[in-house]
Design a protein. Structure first.
Ligand code: ZN
Length: 374
């Protein structure tokens, strides 16, 4: 496999953090890195040029949503996800598993397939590991995720074991079904909040020929310290020379804590979802821009931020939300995407200087200073 390469440039002296580069057919991603989520072939509310301007290098598409609408064959005929959306950089697609299980669309799960009901037209659909790979090959993403069996937590231990073991068997089937050499496959570690199961799953998947490894089934409502505990226990059982991706994470502090435990890649809807809901991330904590205190505030969200939103005053941004103008959610989405990318750029620089611990402490102190405006 020559299309993909992960090179580690530096290890932080004080933590398990790594500074690396992940090369794909559509370009190189600096790690640790954050991927904005483009659920339906669009990062909600922003153009691909605005996504690129935020500093993002790789985005995520959702197989479940795209397979139902417009359909993966249609996406393929429109030039794949790259041709359809115009995004020139790397794209990662999930396997559909998380949506199938989390949307409670699931009707039956057995060794062969997950059977679920479409949330669009109610049609019954069977998703097998092979079909998930076939769909992702049609979408033409740079990285395809294996179909995994996700259980809602808390769950009985035997259920967690059953889902973990099935996820390993399905990972093998995904690998066997894959035909595209220009698409990498990432395996997904399951095992709930049980360290022993997580490590067993990580070890078994590590013996297979994947280009990267994800930690799945976290950030689903468990307390953050639990997520950090599982991440810390799992990373050492994954191959050091391959990228590690923590799925669906998270808040700014989650990113920092997880990078310090050895994670390289993240994705989350939080920057855009919170932006649409009038909440902006800053180094001084979250700002709820609708609050009356911002009515005549002439300051930008952050003086140091180069984004489009920060050319305007907080007073104007508040007005846009109060007046229900669509530009408000757009601008706050752009700011939050930019905030996440600047945070990760700071993380990478701190790792290079062996200063990640200090960087995390200073960010946490800023967030805890919590503005009167929030
Ligand atoms: Zn900004």
């Amino acid at each position: 496999m020559t299309h993909f390469h992960f090179s580690l440039r530096h290890h932080d002296a004080g933590t398990a953090a790594r500074r690396g580069e992940f090369s794909t057919p559509h370009g190189t991603v600096q790690t640790p890195g954050f991927m904005p989520v483009g659920t339906q072939g669009t990062v909600k509310g922003v153009t691909i040029d605005q996504v690129a301007a935020s500093g993002a290098e790789m985005i995520l598409g959702n197989t479940y949503h795209l397979a139902l609408r417009p359909g993966h064959q249609t996406v393929r005929r429109l030039g794949g996800l790259h041709g359809m959306t115009g995004w020139k950089g790397p794209i990662l697609t999930d396997s559909g598993g998380f949506q199938v299980f989390s949307l409670e669309a699931i009707r039956e799960i057995n060794e062969e397939a997950a059977t679920f009901r479409s949330h669009i037209d109610g049609a019954i659909i069977r998703l097998t590991p092979e079909h998930s790979i076939e769909i992702q090959e049609s979408l033409g993403s740079d990285v395809a995720m294996v179909l995994d069996h996700v259980v809602a937590l808390p769950a009985e231990r035997h259920e967690v074991i059953d889902a973990m073991e099935r996820s390993i068997r399905w990972a093998r089937r995904c690998l066997d079904a894959a035909t595209r050499e220009d698409q990498a496959r990432f395996a997904i570690v399951q095992g709930g909040l049980d360290v022993e199961l997580r490590q067993q799953c990580a070890s078994e998947l590590s013996s297979m020929d994947f280009e990267g490894f994800a930690i799945g089934g976290l950030s689903v409502g468990e307390p953050p310290p639990e997520m950090y505990r599982i991440t810390e226990a799992t990373c050492p059982y994954l191959p050091a020379e391959k990228p590690r991706y923590l799925m669906g994470v998270g808040t700014p502090v989650d990113l920092l804590e997880s990078v310090a435990r050895g994670v390289d890649l993240f994705d989350c809807v939080m920057p855009t979802r919170n932006g649409r809901n009038a909440m902006a991330f800053t180094d001084q904590g979250k700002i709820k821009i609708r609050n009356a205190v911002h009515r005549e505030d002439i300051r930008p969200l952050e003086a140091s931020c180069p984004c489009l939103a920060c050319r305007h005053s907080r007073g104007y941004l508040r007005h846009l939300f109060v007046a229900k103008e669509m530009l408000g959610p757009i601008l706050l989405s752009i700011h939050n995407l930019t905030y996440y990318q600047r945070l990760m750029a700071g993380v990478r620089e701190a790792i290079e200087q062996d200063l990640l611990g200090e960087f995390i402490a200073s960010k946490k102190a800023g967030w805890a200073s919590s503005p009167s405006s929030s």
